[in-house]
Design a protein around this ligand. Structure first.
Ligand SMILES: [Zn+2]
Ligand SMILES: [Zn+2]
Length: 273
């Protein structure tokens, strides 16, 4: 019981620092939960959430996209312990299941982003002028960065390299189980027509957020956290708790809504002006 309470009150990166096998426990837990849910749905004759498609269901798609993006916003807030301590970890884990990456990798990588912002070597997603290049780099870099983080903590040796390789396979396998659980729970229609498109939109949005808020439009490559609040960004700030006020966020990460920071750091004007 005490172990559960202490898990719920600490963040994955803290646990990884204390336990070099943390990820195997973490992935093992998720793999067991997903396998149990899959078996339960199979034996109980679970029916798809949407058995027959009705065109009115398309109206749910913008809501599903909004929910995906909100889960990214909340997982980010959970990463910074911005929810009450008793539920913070739980919110992070639940959002991690929705955005599919799960909380641990999200949090571990994001802590590194704050520590090494805009360091070309060490920031997990250092910004460059091209959005599409940045998107590809982000996908390629995540696994490499997770391994680097492990080597920073436990040293790089043939043994740790082998461990990390196996850990990556266990993580991939667990993710496949998680996706399978969503698929069986939602059924093919809700999965392919709502969940998958919303997940893709959510991912593209997250990458665009990471890119634009580090001054990607700077003509002289002055990449750093900035506050954006013009045009669509203003709507984004209104919908998603001030996420584009990113200079404020890097200054005071403990604020749930960085738009409320006083005094605010300057707001960056649109690129053309
Ligand atoms: Zn940032
Ligand atoms: Zn952050």
């Amino acid at each position: 019981m005490t172990a559960i309470v202490s898990t719920l009150k600490s963040l994955p990166f803290t646990q990884l620092r204390r336990n070099r096998y943390f990820y195997l426990w973490y992935d093992g837990f998720y793999a067991a939960v997903c396998a149990t849910l899959l078996l339960a749905m199979y034996f109980s004759g679970h029916q798809p959430l949407i058995p027959v498609w009705d065109h009115r269901y398309w109206l749910l798609l913008p809501l599903a996209c909004h929910a995906q993006i909100l889960c990214s916003v909340y997982i980010h807030n959970a990463t910074h312990n911005n929810f009450p301590r008793s539920v913070n970890r739980l919110v992070g884990e639940l959002c991690g299941v929705v955005v599919l990456t799960r909380f641990a990798s999200w949090e571990v990588i994001h802590q590194r982003h704050h520590r090494y912002s805009d360091d070309v070597e060490k920031d997990p997603h250092p910004v460059g002028p091209s959005y599409w290049r940045f998107l590809i780099d982000t996908i390629v870099n995540v696994e490499r960065q997770l391994q680097k983080i492990y080597f920073d903590l436990y040293g790089e040796s043939p043994e740790t390299r082998r461990y990390e390789k196996n850990r990556a396979y266990v993580s991939y396998a667990t993710n496949i189980l998680l996706i399978a659980t969503w698929y069986v729970f939602l059924g093919p229609l809700a999965f392919f027509l709502l969940f998958v498109p919303a997940s893709v939109v959510g991912f593209f949005h997250l990458v665009h957020f990471n890119w634009s808020t580090h001054n990607a439009f700077s003509k002289d490559g002055d990449f750093k956290p900035v506050n954006l609040n013009h045009g669509y960004y203003r709507i984004g700030n209104w919908l998603w708790h001030g996420i584009y006020m990113h200079a404020n966020h890097h200054k005071r990460a403990g604020m749930f809504n960085p738009a409320k920071m006083t005094p605010s750091l300057p707001i960056t004007p649109p690129p053309s002006s």
